[in-house]
Design a protein around this ligand. Structure first.
Ligand SMILES: [Cu+2]
Length: 267
């Protein structure tokens, strides 16, 4: 065997390694440090480390999101099944964050059709959640969880068959209506506060997932999942480092009258 094919093989491996490193560098950024999952302070101005960009990769630090199926029938009630796999198969030792061991976010690539689900874990390590996706297109599935004191957001693609009609991101807004509620966004730097009213009267939301509300921020273009910290136990206030020059879709969820409502903003 001549040395040439061996060398060529080496060059390919080198190129692949470099390619992966370049992608990882883009996704994470050279100067970002992992956010400590425990002992994280939510107080105003006390964030010691930069927020981490997540949700761009299907695997991270030895764990991989495996979707049982990467396509679903349009509009059909289905069961979305997946596992989080380590080197020896599905792992089951998840930690509770925001009152749940797994938070699953499903959204179409254009930011429409947002769903926040709490799947159940089977004895075989397979999570499952009932779901129905009424519109065709490519969806992003985010599995948000904590294990071994570290926070993960792994993401994969899911397709719903049919002709998709993608819509541009709606224009920036500071007022959103949902289920008869009006929600006003008040932003000061990285602090995002939300005031909820109904019929002109202030609404005090009920606790939802251990806070006054839950906020997901997805970046336009790549749907990078921004980790958001509630800054108060009862108020609807968050700290989020939205990068300037990018637009985001914000999904604020709050609970009132026993039901969860979602207000959406572009910022
Ligand atoms: Cu959740």
């Amino acid at each position: 065997m001549s040395a040439l094919p061996k060398l060529a093989g080496f060059a390919v491996v080198l190129a692949l390694t470099f390619g992966v490193a370049a992608v990882a560098g883009q996704a994470i950024g050279p100067d970002r440090e992992p956010t400590p999952a425990k002992g994280m302070s939510g107080g105003h101005g006390s964030m010691a480390v930069a927020d981490e960009i997540r949700g761009l990769a299907v695997s991270d630090r030895g764990l991989r999101l495996s979707l049982a199926s990467t396509s679903l029938g349009r509009g059909e009630p289905s069961l979305l099944r997946f596992s989080i796999d380590g080197p020896r198969g599905p792992v089951r030792d998840f930690e509770v964050t925001h009152e749940k061991r797994m938070h699953l976010i499903v959204v179409r690539r254009d930011g429409r059709g947002f769903q926040h689900l709490h799947p159940t874990l089977g004895a075989d390590g397979v999570w499952s959640a009932p779901i129905a996706l009424p519109d065709a297109g490519a969806y992003r599935v985010f599995a948000d969880f904590q294990r071994g004191g570290r926070a993960y957001t792994l993401a994969g693609d899911l397709t719903v068959d049919g002709a998709a009609t993608y819509a541009p991101l709606p224009a920036a807004n500071t007022v959103a209506s949902t289920d008869g509620y009006t929600v006003k966004l008040d932003a000061h730097g990285s602090e995002l506060g939300f005031a909820i009213t109904r019929g002109g009267k202030p609404v005090e939301p009920e606790p939802y997932l251990g806070a006054g509300g839950h906020l997901v921020a997805l970046r336009e273009g790549d749907l990078a999942f921004l980790h958001v910290h509630p800054t108060e136990e009862h108020g609807v206030e968050f700290e989020a480092d939205l990068d300037k020059g990018s637009r985001y879709r914000l999904y604020l969820q709050f609970k009132h009258a026993g039901r969860v409502h979602t207000a959406e903003f572009t910022r």
